[in-house]
Design a protein around this ligand. Sequence first.
Ligand code: PMP
Length: 385
Amino acid sequence: GAYLDHNATTPPDPAVREVVADGLAAGWGNPSSVHAWGRRARSRLEEARERVAALAGCAPREVTFTGGATEANNAVLKGFAARDRGARTLLVGATEHPSVLETARYLREQGQPVAEVPADGDGRITPEALRDSLEANQPVGLVSVMWANNETGTLQPIPELAAACAEHGVPLHTDAVQAAGKAPLDFAGSGAAAMSLSAHKIGGPPGVGALVRDARRLPLDPLLHGGGHERERRAGTENLAGIAGFGKAAELARERLAGFPEHARGLRDRLEAGLRESGVAVEVVSEAAERLPNTSCLLLPGVEAETLLMNMDLAGFAVSSGSACASGSLKPSPVLLAMGIPPERARSSLRVSCGWTTSQAELEEFLEVLVPLVRRLQERTTHPA
Ligand code: PMP
C-alpha cells in the first residue's frame, strides 16, 4: 500500500517530530515571561517566525501564528466584514476551500454583499474574469482567491490577479495552503495583501497555521482579544511546540523546493501516462492549466468514486475523491461543479496527491492495483450484468 493523499495532510517529518517533542520537554516556557525560561521560549517563537517568513517570502513581523489555515481564512474575511459593515462587496473565487466559501456564505447572511468570481473549465480564475467581477460589483472591499486548488492543483496567476485588484485599490487575500512547499511563494513580490498557510500540509503538525498580512494594506482588528500576544493581533499563550514544528517544517519545505517539484512531477506524469496506456477511460481535470506538480485529479467515467476509494483502502492505498472534507458524503465536489463539470462525471473523481516521501515503487504498485479495479468497475457500467 501507500499514502497518496498528501493534499489532505502530510506525514510529520521526523525532524519536525523532534522539534515538537523538545518544545514540550526542555523547550517549554511562556514567551511573554521575562525570566530565562520565557526568553528561551521567545527566541524559539521568533526563530519559527523567521523560518515561516522565509518560506512565504515576507517579513517576519507580517506573520501571525494561528490555529491553522481555517482560522486564518475566517479571520481575514470576518475581520474585513467587521470593519466594513456591509459597505463594500467581498469577492471570492468560485473554487475556494470551504473555509473561505462557507465563511463568505455566513457573512452574506449577516448582510455583507458577497459575490463569486467564476472559474473557467480548467479551474482558472483569469485576470479578465476578476476585472469583470470587480466592475460588476463596485465598490469591492476585499478579494480572496487561492494560490493553488486543493482538489485539482490548479495554480492561479496571483501576481496578475493582484494587479487587477490594485487597479481598483482593493487588497487581495490568497489561501496559499496547497502551494506552500510545492511551488515558490513570494508574498512580497506577489502583490497580495494577505496570505494563509497551514503547517500540516508541509510536514508540520495540524492545528497550526499563519496569517501573513501587510497591516497597512489590510488593517484588521485583533483576531482574538486578550493579552497582547502576537503584536496584539491574536491573544493567547502561543502553541510554542506546534509553532516550532511549523518553523522546522517550513525550513525543510524551503530547502526541498529545489528537488520536490521535479520529483512529484515525475510521479504524477507516470501515473497519468500509465492510466492512459492501460486503455481505461480517464480524463485529467485542469490538464490545460498550470498545476501543482504533485496533484492529479482524475475523472473515471462510469466509476463511483466512493466505491473506488473503499476498494483502494482495502488494498492499503490512501487516496481521495477530491476533498477530504467532502468524503463520506456522496455529493459531487463543489469545486468540480463550479468548473462546469456535470454532477455525474464529478462523482467519478479521484484525487491522487504525492509527497516528498512517495517513491516510484509505490506509484507502480498503485497503478497495478488501480487499473484492473477501474477496468472492472467501468465494464460493469458499460455491460451491466
Ligand atoms: N485551504 C486549503 C486550500 C486547504 O487545502 C485546507 C486544508 N484542507 C485549508 C485551507 C484548511 O487548513 P487547516 O486544516 O489548517 O485548517
